[in-house]
Ligand binder design. Sequence first.
Ligand SMILES: [Zn+2]
Length: 54
Amino acid sequence: MKHIFYCSKCDIFTMSEKCLTCNQVTQSQKPARYVAKAIIAKYRQKAKKEQNLI
Ligand SMILES: [Zn+2]
């Protein structure tokens, strides 16, 4: 699994060491439960989008 960084300012996760939204340096430390939730939510959103496209 790749490193996931977290921007506390935007409350978002990114693969970049700098936040793409606010350009702030992101943190590699993350609350594990929250990360899992965010990832699941992302996959659900993606699955929904793909379903709508078909
Ligand atoms: Zn940010």
